[in-house]
Design a protein around this ligand. Structure first.
Ligand code: GAL
Length: 699
């Protein structure tokens, strides 16, 4: 089957289920999409992805009536409720038994009183210290504010913190939740039940048992309860949770952590499941970390945009109220959570999650059809360098009436585009648009983008490079009196014009200026910003300006002999990486793999990336990779995915397993930047990974 590239995505969505695996996938470059089953199901309690808050990410087991009530009040006062967030969700540890020593992971508990204290006469009881009146008054208070209350249980013998689980008590628990006024249940997957199988049929049976119980309890009480399945994507819940367990949403991944690596990893695992999304049935790549401090606001805006494109639940996991020793969310954090343009995409009633329209290297374009015929378009730059990305709107939407109207959902501005849309995208950032092919308002300005690039972004002191500045006019009409220039250059650097840009730029075209930029000898290593700017006349002759910043890295001196990487200064690092030692759970120790101690090397961990500037001076990297012996085996033998990346290209990818040292020799001739990277953990917590004896041979 041949599908032309210009087919509007709306039509393509209709075709996906029928043609996946065939020509359509190849034509559109959609990666690894899995197809959905038939009709929608769920409880009917919600038709759009739930929006709300959950205590787990920020407070762990420190949950209480006070925290929940303060948070609910804050949600009303800070605009979250008005923005659409209505579920205030209690996670694990609300039950009696929390006063005994904590469990150490799925199904384990250090104290048997923990699991049994949670029930009296077969009924769950809340921790009397933290919920003195039980759950009901908390629900009443939350309801009095116009919000809804969520609660947590587990489908096994215990919760993940070793408290009483719901296995065998499903109907009693569901009836109790309904009678307390609970509106939402997150149903977890901890607590091994002796004698039961670990397979999909058993999972379906367990989750269906609670689905049936909730249905019964809802019918008895006349009170609908949203059902959130949380089995971490173990047995493909997207293929059965809605239809067989009557769930409204299901986790597709293990737990999120507040790191960029985790955000990207969960996005990639979830986006391929888009065809399972429909009204009342949502893929859940876990909660939002926005505001928790481990990522930049750019990265948090990306999480919010990616999750909204994927029609994911928007459940904030950050403190909203001043409570439990933590401060309330900042204005910057609330501005992300309360972006109504982006929320409208998430909550769109068509319920069709975004598909990957194109994916090249670390640049992604996602497209999501919306109920009114618009399309949401997301340009996502997963990489560490700024990019200019583009998408052909005729290919996405079909022909426009006059021009396309593109609303920038973070800048909240409208602009016209005649054909191709260009946008500057920050490292780890997104540009998100809502695009319409209908008639455009006659006064909307053209979409104009200034993109600045350097031939080399790593520039040793005393050298120079060519810098290009391109002004894209995506509109229909020409822009006039354009001046493309540099508005700020680091002191002492010299700039020589090479070729000027055009003064008039016709619609759907671009003009480029080039410069030679020289870094004086003796410039200290560091990141230096150059500001590019352009001025031009708008349609009515009004003056307009646009700017773009480019960062030049003056690297530390590259090694010129054989050197241990732990003796070379890195140019960038993310996650934790230590020199000549490992630090696991806060405790420093020597680097030890399979009983062998290494005095030199890097003690890294899952979700880390360290980069070195080699400037083309080195020929070979030798390293012994492995899981450090300090890694815990309480959840099985730890493994990690590791990679050696040369100038952005992974040249070695492998898995290391505790107990085995992996000696590696990698040719690195001509490499400018070497990266050693460890994927985020796919299980619980972080795993210590050693790059022992890491050495580069240079001249
Ligand atoms: C995990 C679950 C988390 C949180 C935690 C509580 O299994 O994925 O979101 O609920 O248990 O113990």
């Amino acid at each position: 089957m041949v599908v032309e590239r210009w087919l509007p995505i709306r039509w393509i969505h209709g075709l996906v289920a029928a043609t996946i695996g065939g020509a359509l996938v190849a034509t559109l470059g959609v990666v690894g999409v899995v197809t959905a089953t038939s009709a929608s199901a769920g409880t009917g309690a919600t038709t759009t992805p739930p929006m709300g808050w959950n205590d787990w990410n920020a407070f762990g087991c420190n949950v209480s009536a006070d925290l929940i009530e303060k948070t609910a009040k804050a949600m009303v006062d800070d605009g979250m409720a008005a923005a659409g967030y209505k579920y205030v969700n209690i996670d694990d540890c609300w039950m009696d038994g929390n006063q005994y020593p904590q469990g150490r992971g799925p199904g384990t508990t250090t104290d048997p009183r923990r699991a049994t204290a949670g029930r009296v006469d077969g009924h769950l009881v809340a921790d009397p210290r933290n919920f003195p009146g039980g759950i009901r008054p908390v629900a009443d208070y939350v309801h009095s504010l116009g919000l809804k209350l969520g609660i947590y249980e587990s489908a096994g013998a215990t919760t993940c913190q070793g408290l009483a689980g719901s296995y065998g008590h499903e109907l009693t628990d569901a009836e109790d939740f309904a009678s307390w006024g609970v509106d939402y249940l997150k149903y977890d997957n901890c607590g091994t039940v002796a004698g039961t199988a670990d397979n999909q049929a058993e999972y379906i049976a367990r989750y269906k048992a609670m689905g049936d119980a909730l249905k019964q309890a809802s019918a008895d009480s006349g009170h609908a309860i949203v059902y959130s399945v949380c089995e971490w994507g173990n047995y493909e819940p997207w293929s059965w949770a809605a239809d067989q367990a009557e769930a409204d949403l299901w986790r597709t991944t293990t737990d999120i952590s507040d790191s960029w690596a985790s955000t990207v990893s969960l996005f990639k695992q979830n986006v391929v499941l888009s065809s399972y999304s429909r009204p009342g049935a949502a893929n859940d790549p876990d909660m939002l970390e926005i505001g928790n401090g481990g990522q930049t606001d750019t990265e948090y805006r990306s999480q919010f945009s990616l999750w909204s494109m994927m029609a994911a639940p928007l459940i904030s996991g950050t403190p909203l109220a001043e409570a439990g020793g933590k401060s309330a969310a900042s204005a910057a954090t609330l501005a992300i959570y309360e972006n109504s343009d982006v929320i409208a995409v998430d909550q769109d009633t068509l319920g069709a999650a975004a598909t990957v329209y194109s994916h090249t290297g670390k640049q992604w374009t996602l497209v999501r059809p919306l109920a009114n015929g618009d399309e949401a378009v997301l340009l996502f730059n997963e990489s560490d360098a700024p990019t200019t990305q583009s998408v052909s709107l005729p290919a996405v939407l079909g022909p426009a009436k006059s021009a396309y109207l593109a609303r920038d959902l973070w800048a909240h501005s409208d602009a016209t585009v005649a054909g191709t849309l260009h946008a500057d995208v920050e490292p780890h950032g997104v540009r998100m648009f809502r695009v319409s092919a209908g008639a455009t308002p006659s006064d909307a300005a053209a979409h104009v983008t200034l993109s600045a690039t350097a031939r080399n972004t790593y520039l040793e002191s005393g050298t120079s490079t060519v810098l290009s500045e391109t002004l894209f006019n995506d509109g229909r009409d020409a822009i006039n009196h354009a001046i493309v220039g540099l508005s700020a250059v680091p002191a002492g650097w010299t700039v020589t014009p090479l070729a000027p840009a055009g003064r008039s730029v016709p619609g759907q075209s671009a003009t480029t200026a080039t410069w030679r930029v020289s870094v004086p000898a003796g410039t200290a290593a560091g990141n230096y910003a150059i500001e590019a700017s352009a001025a031009y006349e708008g349609r009515g002759g009004e003056p307009r300006t646009t700017m773009s910043t480019i960062t030049i890295v003056v690297p530390p001196a590259p090694p010129t002999t054989t050197a241990y990487l732990s003796d070379v200064n890195w140019v960038s690092v993310s996650g934790s990486v230590y020199k000549d030692q490992q630090v696991s759970r806060g405790i420093p120790s020597a680097l030890v793999i399979a009983g062998q101690t290494f005095p030199k090397g890097l003690g890294a961990s899952s979700g880390s990336d360290v980069a070195y500037y080699l400037g083309g001076h080195c020929s070979t990297l030798s390293v012994v990779a492995g899981i450090d012996d300090s890694a815990s085996t309480s959840r099985g033998t730890p493994t990690a995915n590791i990679a050696i990346i040369l100038d952005g290209v992974p040249v070695y990818q492998g898995i290391v397993t505790k107990g085995t040292a992996v000696p590696l020799t990698q040719q690195i001739a001509g490499t400018t930047v070497l990266e050693l990277s460890v994927d985020p953990s796919t299980g619980f917590g972080s795993t210590p990974v050693d790059w022992a004896n890491a050495q580069v041979h240079c001249s």
